[in-house]
Unconditional design. Structure first.
Length: 407
């Protein structure tokens, strides 16, 4: 018994219309050809890709849409498939090149399927344009090639830079070795010269004192004047030698602070008494201590050297008939040492260079000095974990403040 299914003509027409609408609005191109390779249909997307009208394509061999060598090979593909059944494109898909009406070409992905329709074979080709993908790939390749070129350039540059750095390193190492040898030679020379100078300077100082003593009965002001000049010159030379020796020891790393407790007031009174003896006429060093505590744990020798230097500067850069204030203060948290004068002051432009070695302010004139004192003081203070500050006004005086922690 045979069951006959009746399909309504309207439904068939509706399905056909739907299929046509799908094909006409497909994004990819769709072309059907017969067994001889002639185009039976082409959708709008394919027409747009090949820049063709349906009338110029339908009925013609599909190879009109292919450039060489695909054009000559196409009929052979269909013939071989029909006789051997071995697919070359059908059911597999591959990338091929299409030919536009204007002669330009474009890449696309072709998928071909075989359909049995009304007792004959129809081949359907699905065409996906690869132009954008290929452009992106080409840009990517160009960018990769550019990157490789840049990497190669940078690699060459880096190699050259590394070679230059290596050469510079060797030169610097050589220079540092020479500088180290020169520094050692300089240090030995400074140390030797300073010690060798001390003996004749001591002899000159002693001879000047004896001349001063033996000349007393004559009461000759000229002798006293010149003896004083000799003593001052010897004192200045001794100060210079002491500065160079101190700097040499600091540069060589030979200065190690020894923190021991001592009475700051007692030390300060001794310094005041000693420095008053070398002060100018009617210069008075006024010492004052604040607080009930007086013991501190610092390096007494380094601190004494700092105070000596600062008080000596105050004497040197202040006039006669002036006061030099020397104050100390000890609390449970810190120790503060202050030396203040009303001398020539430090020009504002020079203040940033004040603690540099061999620097002297522009207003010092003929006042003797090496420019090392404050550099040494600053380094001594830092060795004792302290800090040094100052305030100065031109022609009004200078104030130095040394601060150390007592915690």
């Amino acid at each position: 018994m045979i069951n006959i299914i009746n399909v309504k003509p309207g439904l068939i027409m509706e399905n056909a219309a739907l299929l046509k609408a799908i094909i006409d609005n497909a994004i990819d191109g769709i072309i059907t050809i017969d067994e001889r390779g002639r185009v039976e249909s082409i959708n709008p997307a394919a027409c747009k890709l090949f820049q063709r009208d349906p009338e110029t394509v339908i009925g013609n061999n599909i190879k009109m849409l292919m450039p060489e060598p695909y054009r000559n090979q196409h009929d052979g593909y269909i013939h071989r498939y029909q006789h051997t059944g071995e697919p070359h494109i059908i059911g597999i898909g591959r990338e091929v090149t299409g030919l536009r009406k204007d002669g330009s070409t474009f890449p696309f992905r072709l998928g071909v399927s075989e359909v049995q329709f009304s007792g004959r074979k129809v081949y359907t080709g699905f065409i996906h344009d690869l132009s954008r993908e290929k452009e992106a790939e080409e840009k990517l390749r160009e960018y990769a090639a550019h990157l490789e070129e840049e990497v190669e350039k940078r690699t060459v540059w880096l190699k050259e830079t590394v070679a230059a750095l290596q050469e510079a390193k060797e030169e610097v190492s050589f220079s540092l070795e020479k500088e180290r040898e020169l520094g050692q030679l300089k240090s030995r020379f400074v140390s030797m010269a300073s010690h060798e100078f001390r003996t004749p300077l001591s002899a000159i100082q002693l001879s000047a004192a004896l001349i001063d003593k033996y000349a007393e009965p004559f009461n000759n002001p000229q002798i006293a004047k010149h003896v004083k000049k000799i003593k001052n010159a010897v004192g200045n030379l001794t100060t210079i030698l002491n500065d160079f020796l101190s700097l040499e020891k600091l540069e060589a790393g030979k200065v190690e602070p020894s923190f021991e407790p001592f009475d700051l007031v007692k030390l300060s009174e001794e310094i005041t008494e000693e420095m008053q003896m070398v002060a100018k006429q009617n210069q008075n060093i006024i010492y004052q201590h604040t607080g009930t505590l007086s013991n501190v744990s610092l390096d007494a020798n380094l601190l004494k050297n700092c105070i000596f230097n600062l008080v000596s500067n105050a004497i040197k850069y202040s006039g006669e008939n002036t006061f030099i204030e020397f104050n100390t203060e000890v609390s449970e948290r810190e120790c503060i040492v202050t030396i203040e004068d009303n001398g020539i002051g430090i020009p504002e432009a020079d203040q940033k260079h004040l603690f540099e070695a061999f620097f002297r302010a522009h207003n010092t004139g003929n006042i003797p000095g090496t420019g090392l004192g404050l550099n040494i003081v600053g380094r001594y203070v830092r060795l004792m974990n302290g800090k040094i500050d100052f305030q100065s006004d031109l022609n009004k005086g200078t104030k130095f403040i040394l601060t150390f922690s007592t915690l």
